[in-house]
Design a protein around this ligand. Structure first.
Ligand code: EPU
Length: 342
């Protein structure tokens, strides 16, 4: 069937920030053949490509995107129980991630439960190495299958080839940029293995081993207190990354603000919770300029309270970065990906 390429489609409905201009060309891909066809179309017309997998981490320019936007609607999943307790989950990249988490929990398979209630689709999770409550998707990924949109070749990326780091992977670099992720292979387990290291979670289950549904429900409750409902307001979760600084910089920070929590990440580097700096050091929790603000329950979350533009959000984010730098001498960077018109 011919590819249904549409023109000048507003991207507001396709990102959780609910901002941005139009896509010059737009196509929803439901099969791997359509992924390849869409790649051809982009090559023939010399168009840049943007793949949207739920749009929960994107900030699209008000001028729109002058290329081809591909909405990922590849569906399907398969569970394969091993002879030991292991379970292999093969899942298409366009599946809604939280529906996959819910299903794995209801089947009694451990692994994804701490990642409950994260918006977006499966294909976005390796790109960002999505993480929450002591678990990163990169800890569970065995391999990622992807199509190179310029050569049409399929490639399997092993876990180590994905080069996972804190909110980082090969798919965020130039090397991995040309790939359309089609499937993700995850290693789950039937063995009871709760991950309760995260303080918010640990305190709920003292001297008690929770069940899978109890952990999922508990995470859903914790998140609902910290994050606004992205179906109601515009948001992309954490707007910035937690900065990772040298121990020397951390010592300088602690000399002025001794209460700041610090997490040693190895190799003399220290991760600082930016939410804490924004809230307790800069007094910015709930700070608002017009239609844009930092959420009243979690300062790392930036919210579009009305019909703010992308420019308004960017200006606000720049102002926040400047305040943080003035107070702490730390440069912060966005976790959210900015999409320019090109
Ligand atoms: N804090 C404050 N005030 C705030 C926000 C946080 O004092 O307004 C303090 C908290 O008390 C805690 C620390 O800062 O001591 C860290 O806060 P929290 O546990 O809420 O987590 P976070 O570092 O702000 C990260 C991820 C989230 C993830 C949570 C839970 C990043 C950029 N964000 O947030 O991921 O859900 O941990 O694991 O790493 C996302 O990436 O979009 C995201 C939501």
């Amino acid at each position: 069937m011919a590819l249904d390429v549409r023109e000048n489609i507003s991207l507001k409905e396709y990102t959780t920030f609910k901002t941005g201009g139009v896509a010059r060309y737009f196509v929803e891909v439901k099969t791997e053949e359509e992924v390849i066809e869409a790649g051809h179309f982009a090559k023939q017309n010399d168009l840049p490509l943007l793949i949207i997998c739920g749009g929960s981490n994107l900030l699209v320019s008000d001028e729109g995107f002058a290329g081809l936007v591909m909405i990922n609607s590849l569906k399907g999943s398969k569970y394969l129980e091993g002879e030991d307790d292991s379970v292999l989950l093969e899942v298409a990249s366009g599946e809604v991630f939280d529906e996959v988490v819910a299903e794995s929990v209801s089947r009694g398979y451990w692994g994804l439960e701490n990642l409950s209630a994260i918006p977006g689709t499966v294909g976005a999770t390796p790109v960002q190495n999505v993480g929450a409550y002591g678990c990163e998707i990169g800890d569970l990924i065995l391999q990622v299958e992807a199509i190179n949109l310029y050569t049409n070749n399929k490639k399997i990326f092993t876990n180590s080839q994905c080069k996972f780091g804190y909110r980082e992977s090969i798919f965020k670099t130039e090397e991995g940029n040309n790939f359309f992720i089609t499937k993700v292979f995850l290693k789950l387990s039937k063995e009871v293995s709760p991950k309760l290291s995260y303080a918010d979670l640990k305190k709920q289950f003292v001297d008690y081993i929770p069940t899978l549904p109890e952990i999922r429900n508990s995470i859903i409750v914790i998140r609902s207190k910290k994050f606004p409902d992205w179906k109601v307001v515009g948001t992309a979760g954490s707007f910035f990354k937690n900065p990772i600084i040298t121990s020397k910089q951390a010592d300088e920070l602690l000399a002025v603000y001794p209460e700041v929590p610090v997490y040693h990440t190895g190799a003399g580097m220290v991760k600082i919770p930016l939410g804490y700096l924004l809230d307790k050091v800069c007094g910015l929790k709930g700070y608002r300029q017009g239609k844009v603000g930092l959420y009243k329950e979690q300062a790392l979350v930036l919210v579009n309270y009305g019909d703010a533009t992308t420019n308004e959000i960017k200006n606000f984010a720049n102002e926040i970065s400047e305040i943080v730098f003035a107070k702490t001498k730390i440069n912060i960077s966005p976790e959210v990906r900015f999409i320019e018109k090109l």
